[in-house]
Design a protein around this ligand. Structure first.
Ligand code: UDP
Length: 242
């Protein structure tokens, strides 16, 4: 079998990226060339025939906790954060469709003129038709994060793994940017991530992944071709599992 035809290691995955991944070096908002670059990474995996769900955070625009720290009512601030994720989802939809990849933005908060409402069986059907499903507005509930939304949607969609794209190529015992002797784990358990406060995802997301036996693959989104490589069993990353 030629290399191109080798079956990918996963058939259905969820890619979680933070909102900050879309802002480039700007420090705020959306950086279209960066959105485009990530869309190209997603397309290269889509081209393998992998069914792809996405959850994008909103931290490049607004975070509920930051709003409430400045005196805003917390639930209102969280709804603003959820709306920020919808803007990011629409930006990703636009970039993917410009590359010829069909997508659906599916919102946990109804806004029918902008995005489909979340109906699980309908979303599964979109995946079967090879449409990339971008789940927006988090879980639809305040006091959660998009990490938890990613774990929830990945479980509901029967994804085989969550791919958490970050700035570094896995989970380290300490910050590899600050400490050159930091060690990367090839695998680590959910319980160790929680006990050592390793900050892969927030604690509720890790606990939900653990309870649903959903592996989390932490990899670098800055590595060109990295996402596709892992799908084909290559590359450097950490798997969080039981
Ligand atoms: N949020 C929420 N409920 C959810 C998901 C997100 O209230 O289910 C809000 C929360 O205020 C959060 C913001 O949306 O701060 C943006 O999401 P997140 O902080 O997870 O974005 P990221 O850090 O991944 O960019």
């Amino acid at each position: 079998m030629s290399e191109e035809k080798a079956a990918p290691a996963y058939e259905r995955v969820l890619l979680k990226i933070s909102g900050e991944a879309l802002m480039g070096d700007q420090g705020f908002g959306l950086h279209p060339p960066t959105v485009q670059r990530i869309a190209e990474e997603v397309k290269s995996v889509h081209d393998l025939g992998v069914e792809i769900c996405m959850v994008i955070g909103g931290g490049n625009i607004f975070r509920g906790l930051a709003g409430s720290a400045q005196g805003m009512e917390r639930t209102t601030a969280d709804y603003m954060g959820m709306l920020a994720t919808v803007m990011n989802a629409l930006a990703m939809q636009s970039a993917l469709e410009a590359l010829g990849v069909f997508t659906r933005v599916i919102s946990a908060i109804r806004m029918d003129e902008v995005a489909e409402p979340y109906i699980r069986r309908r979303a599964v059907r979109h995946l079967e038709k090879k449409r990339v499903c971008i789940f927006a507005a988090g879980t639809g509930n305040p006091y959660f994060t998009t990490d938890t939304a990613a774990t929830l949607r990945a479980s509901e969609m029967s994804c085989q793994a969550i791919f958490k794209g970050t700035k570094v190529d896995g989970v380290y015992d300490k910050d590899p940017v600050k400490y050159p002797d930091a060690k990367r784990y090839d695998t680590i358990t959910y319980d160790d991530v929680l006990a050592q406060h390793l900050g892969v995802m927030d604690a509720s997301a890790i606990a939900l992944a653990r309870d649903n036996k959903l592996p989390i693959i932490v990899f670098s989104l800055d590595e060109p071709g990295g996402f596709r490589g892992i799908l084909r069993g290559e590359g450097t990353y950490t798997i969080v599992k039981g």
